[in-house]
Design a protein around this ligand. Structure first.
Ligand code: ATP
Length: 310
């Protein structure tokens, strides 16, 4: 089964809500992810990310709204929808008595695939993810990094077109994280649409073309990563003058200028990038020569903190 090629939207979530008892974990969210995208789904702990993912893959019942995967409604047309999605969940839920090769083969059974159809694919995935030498070992004998890779391989056994990764790099070392990034970028380049949740914002900034940020069950921002950085991102500026700064004129003080420590250094913590030229001209007009200028660009962490207000 495949999402028909003319179906350009991999995921459409419309007015989705989900409650647990009195608590509205997901509060009427809408979003869409285009085919081929690398999409980041970000938010603080308890924001509703995993609940949304569980609703997409059929692990949580929907209380309101709808979800379509490549045009297939995940409730009415669940079989087709589920066949198109692979999930690498946050928590490991492997059978600890199976060899990892059988973990992959059994997983394929959930999608109606027979062992003889998937043996070659299982071996190919074990090879690709550097697990071939462990094929007959059980999950418990793998290192942390190998477990992460197995989780990815299992999510891919039925050749899904949409891969959802719930914190795939939590707790892994820098080397493995970079290796996983490369694997994911390659999969995406080969055409797999990817949705990623992560608390590592530098990871989201490096990998994701588009982002949605959820907080308290509501979407607080959704845009291209570059657009979010432009819109909310600010730049800090440090200007070294040829002599100690005198009392600051009110217009520069209003821009947040301050002299701290070194009296020749004028600092601005947060300027819109478009204001920097004007600030430097103003300093020159006050009769200072500028010896050096240092800027630091806002990153996704700054944007995230501004949007979720923490
Ligand atoms: P994290 O980043 O910590 O994984 P998250 O954004 O994935 O968080 P969810 O796991 O979706 O957040 O949780 C959203 C809210 O729903 C939280 O308040 C959580 O306590 C609650 N919740 C999640 N699963 C259940 C459940 N099975 N029963 C009751 N409440 C739940």
């Amino acid at each position: 089964m495949s999402g028909s090629p003319e179906q350009k939207i991999a995921l459409r979530v419309a007015a989705l809500s989900k409650r647990y008892g009195d608590q509205l974990a997901v509060d009427g969210i809408s979003l869409h992810v285009e085919r081929g995208d690398f999409f980041g789904f970000l938010g603080p702990n308890g924001a509703g990310k995993t609940t949304t993912i569980n609703a997409i893959v059929g692990l949580a019942e929907i209380d309101g709204g709808s979800i379509e995967v490549f045009g297939h409604d995940v409730v009415r047309d669940w079989r087709a929808a589920r066949r198109l999605v692979g999930l690498a969940p946050q928590e490991y839920n492997f059978d600890r008595y199976l060899s990892i090769r059988d973990v992959l083969i059994f997983q394929a059974g959930y999608y109606g695939l027979k062992p003889r159809e998937v043996r070659a694919r299982a071996d190919e995935l074990l090879q690709r993810f550097g697990l071939a030498s462990k094929a007959n070992q059980t999950f418990v004998k793998l290192s942390g990094g190998m477990k992460r890779r197995l989780s990815l391989a299992r999510a891919l056994i039925h050749q899904p077109q949409l891969l959802i990764l719930d914190e795939p790099t939590a707790g892994v070392d820098v080397e493995l994280r970079i290796e996983l990034w490369e694997l994911l970028q390659r999969l995406n380049a080969e055409g797999t649409t990817i949705i990623l949740t992560t608390h590592y914002l530098e990871e989201a900034q490096a990998l994701c073309r588009n982002l949605a940020i959820i907080e308290g069950g509501k979407i607080v921002a959704m845009d291209a990563t570059a657009g979010l950085l432009r819109l909310h991102g600010r730049t800090s500026l440090t200007v070294t003058l040829d002599r100690a700064a005198a009392t600051l004129p009110p217009d520069l003080a209003a821009r947040g200028a301050r002299v701290e420590g070194e009296p020749r250094m004028l600092r601005f913590d947060s300027l819109p990038a478009s204001a920097i030229g004007g600030v430097l001209q103003r300093i020159a007009a006050l009769g200072y020569a500028v010896e050096s200028v240092e800027t630091a660009q806002a990153n996704l962490q700054d944007v995230f903190l501004e949007l979720v207000g923490r």
